[in-house]
Design a binder for this molecule. Sequence first.
Ligand SMILES: Nc1nc2c(ncn2[C@@H]2O[C@H](COP(=O)(O)OP(=O)(O)OP(=O)(O)O)[C@@H](O)[C@H]2O)c(=O)[nH]1
Ligand SMILES: [Mg+2]
Length: 264
Amino acid sequence: MAEEPGTVYFTGTAGAGKTKLVQAFAEWFKSSGYDAVTVNLDPGSEASETASDIDIREWVRLSDVMDEYELGPNGAQVAASDLIALKVFEVKQALEELRTDYVLVDTPGQVELFAFRESSRAIVDALSGDRSAIAFLFDPNLAKTPSGFVSLLMLSATVEFRFRLPTLNLLTKTDLLAAERIEEIVAWAEEPGRLSEAVTTEAPTPDVQLSTELYRAIEALAPLTTILPTSAVDRTGLEAVYRRLQQTFGAGEDLEPSHAPAEP
Ligand SMILES: Nc1nc2c(ncn2[C@@H]2O[C@H](COP(=O)(O)OP(=O)(O)OP(=O)(O)O)[C@@H](O)[C@H]2O)c(=O)[nH]1
Ligand SMILES: [Mg+2]
C-alpha cells in the first residue's frame, strides 16, 4: 500500500453524475481487488448516508443550515461550504483511520460552490497531499452540442486553474449515447480543428473577430485535452480512468490487489 493515498475529487455541473460515478468507481475498485474509501462532501446530498464511508452530513447538513441561519437552499449551500471547512480536521481524522490506496471524493452539486469558494481550496489542501487529482465530469446533455462541449472545456480549465491539480475530463452516462456520438465527442477533445468547425457550423456568427478568438481559445485548450467516456450504469471506462490516475500519480504500475478479486 502506498504511503499516501491518491485522492480524486469528482466535480462537474449539477446532475452530471458525480455521486453515481463515485459509487460505481468504489464498487469497481472493490471488485478488482483494490482498496478505496469514499467521502461525501455534499451537505445537500440526497443519497443514502450509508453510501459513503465518510459523510460530511454527519457534521454539516444543508437542511439544518437552512433552518439555523434562516437561509434559502442557495444561500445555505454557500454558508455550508464554509462550515465544512471548519470540520475538515474531523474528516481528515476519520480518513486517517481508514488506511487505503484511493480516496474518492464526491463534491457539492453546483460546481461553482466547489470551484469558486476559497474554503474548497482549504479543504482540498487539508485533505490531500501531492497525490491529488480532479475528475471533471462532462454531462452528455451539455457535451453533445459543440457549444455545450466548449463551455464545459472552459469550465474544466477554470477548475484546473483554481486548484492547480491534474484534471481528467470524463464524459459520463455514455450508456445513454449512440457510439457515433461518443466518438464525435472524443474527437472534439483530441482534434481542435474538428471542434472549431463543429462550433462554426452549429452557430455561424458574422462576428469574424469573435470566431477567430474562440478558435484560438479552443486551440489553446484542446491540445491538452482528452476525454474518457464513462458510464456508472454499465461501468464503461472505469478501468481506463484508473490507469490514467495511476499515470497521473506517477505510480505507473497498477497497484497490487490488496485482497483477492471477488469471484464473479
Ligand atoms: N443512464 C445513466 N444515468 C446516470 C449515470 N450516472 C448518473 N445517472 C443519472 O443522472 C442523474 C444524476 O446523477 P447523480 O449521480 O446524482 O449526479 P450528481 O452530479 O451527483 O448530481 P448533484 O449532486 O445533484 O449535482 C440521476 O438520475 C442518475 O441516476 C449513468 O452512468 N448512466
Ligand atoms: Mg451528487
